[in-house]
Design a protein around this ligand. Structure first.
Ligand code: ADP
Ligand code: ASP
Ligand code: MG
Length: 830
């Protein structure tokens, strides 16, 4: 009984990973064949370097060669003893020296043929296989490197060669069986084979999966296992659908359909060699070798699920050929596809309206123009005679494939797909159902894809598939909008949270000038650098790696990536409602420190909440009221516990709190205000604080929680800026502060004489919101407030006579950033 074990590139990152792969291989029953990918990122690096060299930048490929040499040597020196290292190190040096030499040739020729590109890429797999073979031998197994071209035979199509099944069957048996008989474990580089003339050709990106199934087929293996960086084949790409689940078992036809329609987890043709074979294929987690993963086999399980999984192809364009003259004219469809075939354009989805008035089909966006040109040429006569109106191209589309064998014979599956999309306000551009009834495909705008996937995933309850726990993907990806004082305080906190094991990482930072984005996470060091640059007044667009863009373009660019559980954090003080709604639409949760979106027009605030509901996203905004204090959180906890909040009273301005407690101690107004300014407790123009506007916004946000239907203008607002000082230029106002001292002194004294102290208080109920100066009893909790502390009192059904009180520091970048961090972590954790 032979078993094939493939170790994917995503799993083979470093020496530890190689050692782990070897331990998995060793733990298998005898008669094992190991197939390996290149180490993580190596194929990309080789291809990128080769392209740059051919564009005249030979340096890039030489640097690639040098760094790959180090990387491979590092694994060897860590895992092998000195005498065993020699031969492998020589292989590495030779492969990289040759690459270095090729760099020069490419930059002179300025041409990279698919043949040469394959020759270059092949060394990634060849080196990793040599290394794994040596480490496996060192671990006590008898292992031997067997080159890919000795095992796999292909046609001549370099870059994406098709395997010759019969030829491969013969070559694989001839090269591998003798070793297995001698109890030797062959280690084979995946991804490559030999053309009829004996040259090395690659079989398409991700091709090691296919190498493994080809070998499994040839040797009639009892099982083939693909060890990957995911727990198995999932119901959807975990980077898009956060509650995606491992599918315990799927039929090969379902798996093939998923792979073909873009599920990156399997090479699209990996299952073809297994047609008519009964060899089961397993996708199992490299990180957890005891977990079962997914079995791909012909058994029928999970029959309650008509739909088992979703996948998607992005960067598609829809081409439509329309015209009245097409009616009943035979051969239009045939000519259309012949013309495309001639240009090598691959068509993935076709629909024809029954009126025969139009034919539409999707092609990769990169071929859209070629498709249009070839069709316009092919139908030149018909277009001239107006029998065909036009060939139209619509781009920025994606195809969502909904896959499951159980659709066959289950009525209404398509209807459920469409109503799930319609409920989410997602427009369907085109649809098609395969005749096999295995797949329903819907073409949607690329920007709607993530939401579409989540909707359909939810509709078919795929997060419950097979019992067990939903998969939580590794990270929550954070995008910061606004990189001022709070953003810069928050960035290092996020860096530390990540070090402490929280699964958050910052992937993007946006300011007015543009953005910085890295889908793999911006390192703590780089964030600190960006913060420094910003503190010195630089714009993000001008920093290293920064891109100039409007805020909405920046968001659009970032949301085109499949982020993991993205969280969009608004740290500005702008009107961002439209932008925030786009972020929700792109599947992001929101954290707001910005008060404006929720304290602007009621209709806008409601629209924002409504968008969050339709897209099933969450909005946390704790710091819009009391910086780091858990005020909104408390409100929701009370409501969840079925208490009813009647009113909320609060001193929610640190600035005014400081000022009034100073005045209460007998200090002069002018002096107190200047101290507040010195300590950085005020806005640049302290009248912005004194006007009460900031408190009014906070009060409005609280009021709206309670159901207050009014606008900012409906709030009774008492400004502390005397009428005559409102229009003065700032400098004039500041120079005349003493004029107001007597008035304040008198106010404070009269309050004191009545056993009261002055506080600036917001009083909020469902019906009205008041904000202004109050003389409160000196026994009231508000009287005891000190400095910039905030305090909020909830009067509820249960806390009737003795309100529930929350007190603490309510202003300043550090506590605000900490509050924002709390919200982010809360979203990331659930
Ligand atoms: P390998 O290391 O074997 O080459 P890949 O990187 O090719 O592995 O495939 C695994 C990746 O595929 C995962 O990291 C995951 O992000 C992605 N993926 C996309 N769709 C799915 C899905 N439905 N199930 C599992 N993984 C998926
Ligand atoms: N190394 C190749 C790639 O990155 C093949 C593979 O990993 O399967 O596409
Ligand atoms: Mg792969």
């Amino acid at each position: 009984m032979v078993s094939v074990h493939k170790f994917g590139g995503a799993s083979l990152a470093d020496a530890d990973a190689v050692a782990h792969a070897v331990s998995i291989a060793k733990a298998q029953p005898p008669r094992v064949i190991v197939v390996v990918s290149a180490f993580a990122g190596v194929t990309d690096a080789l291809l990128h370097g080769a392209r740059r060299a051919a564009a005249g930048e030979e340096r890039v490929l030489r640097e690639t060669a040098a760094s790959l040499r180090e990387r491979h040597r590092d694994v060897v020196t860590k895992l092998l003893r000195k005498p065993e290292q020699r031969a492998v190190l020589d292989e590495i040096d030779a492969a990289m020296a040759e690459l270095d030499a090729l760099a020069h040739g490419l930059s002179i020729l300025r041409e990279l043929t698919p043949r040469t590109s394959d020759y270059i890429a092949a060394r990634g797999e060849r080196l990793s296989a040599r290394i794994v073979a040596a480490v496996l031998s060192r671990a006590g197994a008898r292992a031997q490197f067997v080159d890919g071209p000795d095992v796999i035979r292909t046609n001549e199509q370099f870059g994406n060669a098709s395997p010759d099944l019969a030829g491969t069957d013969r070559a694989a048996r001839a090269s591998l069986l003798p070793l297995l008989r001698r109890r030797i474990t062959p280690v084979v580089p995946g991804f490559i084979g030999a053309t009829p003339s004996g040259e090395v050709a690659t079989i398409g990106r991700g091709g090691t999966d296919l190498s493994a199934t080809l070998i499994g087929r040839a040797l009639r293996a009892s099982s083939i296992t693909l060890w990957k960086d995911v727990p198995g084949l999932l119901t959807a790409d975990p980077r898009i659908v956060s509650d995606a689940r491992v599918i315990p078992q799927v039929n090969p036809r379902e798996a093939a359909e998923l792979a073909y329609y873009g599920a990156k987890v399997l090479h699209p043709r990996a299952l073809t060699p297994l047609a008519r074979s009964s060899t089961p294929l397993f996708v199992r987690p490299f990180a957890d070798p005891n977990a079962a993963g997914t079995e791909i086999s012909a058994r029928r399980t999970l029959t309650r699920y008509p739909v088992k999984a979703l996948s998607a192809v992005t960067a598609q364009a829809l081409v439509t050929v329309t015209g009245n003259g097409m009616l009943g004219v035979p051969g239009i469809a045939g000519r259309t596809f012949t013309a495309l075939h001639r240009e090598g354009v691959s068509v993935s989805l076709i629909t024809q309206a029954s009126s025969e008035h139009s034919i539409c089909f999707t092609v990769p966006a990169s071929s859209a123009e070629i498709a249009r040109a070839s069709l316009t040429a092919a139908f030149a006569d018909e277009i001239a005679r107006r029998e065909i109106d036009d060939v139209e191209v619509e781009s920025n589309l994606a195809t969502l494939a909904v896959v499951g064998l159980g659709m066959h014979g289950t009525p209404g599956v398509a209807a459920r797909v469409f109503s799930a999309l319609a409920d989410g306000g997602i427009n369907i551009v085109a649809i098609a159902q395969g005749s096999s009834e295995l797949n329903i495909s819907a073409v949607v705008a690329e920007a709607d894809l993530a939401a579409a996937m989540r909707r359909v995933h939810g509709e078919f309850q795929l997060s419950r598939l097979g019992g067990g726990a939903a998969l939580r993907p590794e990270h929550a990806d954070v995008v910061l909008l606004g990189f001022g004082q709070i953003g810069r305080t928050l960035a290092p906190m996020l860096g530390r949270a990540r070090q402490d094991g929280s699964r958050v990482r910052v992937v993007g930072v946006i300011d007015r000038s543009g953005y910085v984005f890295d889908p793999n996470g911006i390192s703590a060091r780089r964030l600190a650098g960006l913060a420094n640059d910003k503190a010195r007044g630089a714009r993000l667009s001008a920093t290293h790696g920064g891109v100039a863009a409007s805020t909405s373009d920046a968001l659009a660019a970032i949301s085109r990536h499949a982020l993991s559980r993205p969280i969009f954090v608004d740290l500005t003080a702008e009107d961002t409602v439209t932008l925030l709604r786009s972020a929700l639409g792109a599947g992001m949760d929101l954290v707001l420190a910005n008060k404006r979106p929720l304290s602007g027009k009621l209709a806008d605030a409601q629209a924002l909440q409504e968008t969050a509901r339709t897209h099933d996203r969450r909005i946390l905004h704790e710091t819009t009221v009391g910086a780091g204090l858990p005020i909104i959180d408390t409100y929701y906890k009370l409501v969840e516990a079925r208490d009813r909040v009647h009113r909320i009273d609060g001193c929610t301005s640190g600035t005014l709190g400081f000022l009034l407690s100073e005045i209460g101690r007998g200090r002069r107004f002018s002096e107190s205000l200047r101290r507040a300014m010195e300590k950085g407790f005020t806005e640049p123009d302290p009248r912005d604080d004194l006007s009460g506007m900031d408190v009014a916004r906070k009060a409005l946000i609280l009021g709206r929680l309670l159901g207050f239907q009014g606008e900012l203008e409906d709030i009774e607002l008492e400004s502390l800026v005397p009428e005559r000082a409102r229009k003065l230029p700032l400098a004039a106002f500041l120079s005349r502060l003493e004029e107001f001292d007597d008035e304040w002194h008198a106010r404070a004294r009269s309050a004191q004489e009545n056993g009261h102290v002055l506080r600036y208080v917001a009083s909020v109920t469902r019906r009205r919101v008041d904000v202004g100066l109050q003389a409160v009893e000196s026994t009231s909790p508000f009287a005891a407030l000190n400095g910039t502390d905030n305090q909020v009192a909830f009067t509820t059904m249960r806390y009737q006579t003795n309100p529930l009180i929350i007190t603490g520091p309510g202003a300043g970048p550090a506590v605000t950033a900490a509050g924002v961090l709390n919200d982010i972590l809360a979203l990331a954790a659930t």
